[in-house]
Design a binder for this molecule. Structure first.
Ligand SMILES: NC(=O)c1ccc[n+]([C@@H]2O[C@H](COP(=O)([O-])OP(=O)(O)OC[C@H]3O[C@@H](n4cnc5c(N)ncnc54)[C@H](O)[C@@H]3O)[C@@H](O)[C@H]2O)c1
Ligand SMILES: [Zn+2]
Length: 376
């Protein structure tokens, strides 16, 4: 897994292989990796036409390096942009992109390259999975969340007025290029939200990653990206189509999603997941899966990273209702992925409604127990 890339003389990258039979691919991780994209794509025997999907701000920062690398290897590149933000993840933008590709005579030889965060990655994934029944997709993720999570694994979706991510398709990329240098320009808040997902991987799958996060400095980002991307790769290999094992990635998300639904606009996804992990960790403590000290350790880490751990004061009703809605889809029970110690998780643990209510209240701003999660 830990190999130095043979190509691109000035840039040393490591590779993580995602083994999925004929759909296998590499995740290339390393500072400066964006400038290797052309070589990497050439190695795959990709045809000449390439389209880069991004937004203006991201394209301004990284477009040059990417396009130069592609053109240097003989690719014909067109760039397409969508406005930044979640509001672009819809079928209207998808149709616009189909039109642009069609107008340029883009055919099945073509490669669609996503340059940006999870929004651009999901849009490009959906388009690449459906245009002419599927064309080659490359992910060049530029947010931490996209480098360790959304850019890997082939799940893509756009939103529908009825629900987020309602319309989607599985379509694996042929290559992922994760350049940690790109994260330098990320607003601190976006970095924190990505770190929340990294804490999820640490708690649920990898004690060493958790320890790395406890000593987090911007310098350690490359190692964090490499390690977390490798964890995502293993999970995807085990469960390409999201039928079971990927559920390990749901830690913090049962409660996190409920927070996003019940308190719309109040927290970003990463912040909601941080609070969700703390509530779920308390549930794990109460169920005898996690030591009190480990829940406190997680809370200290999240706080050190600038992430919230407390549920806003107020009746827990709306949160529980949001989980009830979710629960309908899961056979009538609230189920969570819960940590069993640090670095291991148990999937599909049933959490009784009464216990969920109690741990939400324990984690509320007004509650003593939550203010001192390690205390008596
Ligand atoms: N497909 C999956 O498996 C999966 C998994 C998790 C999340 N997602 C999706 O990912 C999306 C969220 O992704 P996100 O958090 O990356 O948000 P995002 O794509 O909206 O990016 C966040 C912001 O950062 C900007 N940005 C990106 N890279 C930058 C850089 N290097 N420097 C400065 N600014 C930069 C973007 O333009 C945007 O404004 C959601 O739509 C979510 O549904 C998908
Ligand atoms: Zn998430």
């Amino acid at each position: 897994m830990r190999t130095i890339s043979p190509i691109g003389p000035e840039v040393a990258c490591r590779r993580v292989r995602v083994n999925l039979g004929s759909r296998s691919y590499d995740i290339v991780v390393g500072a400066g990796a964006i400038s290797l994209t052309g070589h990497e794509l050439q190695r795959l025997g990709a045809g000449r036409p390439a389209a880069v999907l991004s937004n203006r701000g991201v394209l301004r920062r990284f477009g040059d390096a990417l396009v130069r690398s592609l053109e240097g290897c003989g690719f014909e590149v067109q760039t397409l942009t969508v406005p930044p933000g979640e509001k672009s993840k819809n079928l209207r933008q998808v149709a616009r992109i189909y039109d642009a590709l069609g107008a340029a005579g883009f055919n099945r030889d073509g490669t669609l390259i996503a340059l940006g965060g999870g929004v651009v990655g999901d849009l490009a994934g959906f388009v690449a999975g459906t245009y002419m029944r599927g064309i080659r997709l490359v992910q060049v993720p530029t947010t931490l969340l996209a480098q360790i999570d959304s850019g890997i694994g082939g799940k893509s979706a756009v939103n529908h007025p009825r629900a987020k991510n309602l319309i989607g398709v599985f379509h694996q990329p042929a290559l992922v290029v994760a350049d940690p240098d790109a994260l330098r320009s990320l607003p601190p808040s976006e970095l924190r939200f990505g770190l929340a997902e990294a804490v999820k991987y640490g708690m649920a799958m990898d004690r060493v990653l958790l320890e790395m996060l406890e000593g987090f400095t911007p310098k350690s980002l490359e190692e964090i990206v490499y390690r977390a991307a490798a964890l995502k790769a293993r999970v995807v290999e085990e469960d390409e189509f999201d039928l079971g094992a990927r559920e390990v990635l749901n830690y913090g998300h049962t409660v996190g999603h409920a927070i996003e639904v019940a308190l719309p606009g109040r927290f970003t996804h990463g912040a909601a997941v941080a609070i969700g992990m703390q509530v779920e960790a308390r549930a794990a403590v109460r169920l005898g899966l996690l030591a009190e000290a480990d829940a406190a350790r997680q809370a200290a880490l999240l706080e050190r990273l600038g992430l919230p751990v407390m549920v806003p004061a107020g009746p827990p009703g709306p949160l529980l209702e949001a989980m009830q809605l979710d629960k309908k889809r899961r056979g009538g029970r609230i189920r969570c992925t819960l940590p069993e110690g640090i670095g291991r998780a148990r999937l599909g643990v049933e959490v009784p409604d009464t216990l969920m209510e109690e741990v939400i209240m324990e984690c509320q701003e007004s509650s003593q127990a939550a203010a001192h999660p390690g205390g008596a």
